[in-house]
Design a protein around this ligand. Structure first.
Ligand code: GTP
Ligand code: MG
Length: 195
């Protein structure tokens, strides 16, 4: 999709604040600092519309980006940031769980992992959880510009194996720097949002 028009419509904590248009939503989840906002910016052709973090762990609300007045990207606050208090973490967990399990308009989740390393225990927990709830998931291995092309396949296999990605889900390499993978990610989104 060629994007010209994006609007941050809502920073929501409470379900009452979620958009009411009934249009499809694609959520982005992943460790704090993994590159969720950067992926969002590439998808919507902006350099810094979704705020990339100088302060990891600071985003504590669901940010709904209305894209071409057709669908929403939902930027979910990152997990795994050590300096967040236990109370904050529990609040985060409840908000995410409520959203992911009860949102009718949610069509799929993009789960980001750092392509340079093996997925973390938190990444595995998140993916396992999404599978358990049967939420269609695209795993995106990001920051791929930081590893040489000759190692891509090996890294992707490691991600696939560590997360035990199920046959109905997909895995794609991505780089916000080179924009490699952008078209493939968009294809997945369109297929799941409108397919
Ligand atoms: P939170 O909002 O804190 O959860 O972080 P986030 O997941 O939104 O990460 P963000 O997009 O803010 O990126 C974190 C840092 O990683 C920034 O410095 C980005 O420039 C960098 N980054 C993100 N994606 C890539 C990528 O594909 N390649 C490279 N080289 N750097 C990236
Ligand atoms: Mg962010």
């Amino acid at each position: 999709m060629e994007v010209h028009n994006v609007e941050l419509v809502m920073s929501a904590v409470d379900p009452k604040q979620y958009p009411k248009t009934g249009q499809p939503e694609i959520a982005l989840v992943g460790r704090s600092n993994v590159g969720k906002s950067s992926l969002t910016n590439v998808l919507i052709n902006r350099n810094s519309y979704a705020r990339t973090s100088s302060q990891p762990g600071k985003t504590q609300t669901l940010n709904f980006y209305h894209v071409e007045e057709k669908l929403y990207f939902v930027d979910v606050p990152g997990y795994g940031y050590a300096k967040v208090s236990r109370t904050e973490r529990e609040k985060w967990g409840q908000m995410i769980e409520t959203y992911l399990t009860s949102r009718d308009t949610l069509r799929g989740v993009i789960s980001l992992v750092d392509g340079r390393h093996a997925p973390t225990a938190d990444d595995l927990t998140m993916y396992t959880w999404l599978s358990y709830y049967d939420i269609p998931t695209l795993v995106v291995a990001t920051k791929m510009d930081k590893i040489p092309g000759a190692k891509w396949n090996k890294q992707l296999s490691l991600v696939k194996k560590t997360l035990q990605i199920s046959p109905q889900d997909d895995l794609l390499p991505f780089s916000a720097q080179t924009k490699s993978g952008k078209e493939e990610v968009w294809q997945w989104i369109e297929q799941h949002a409108f397919g």
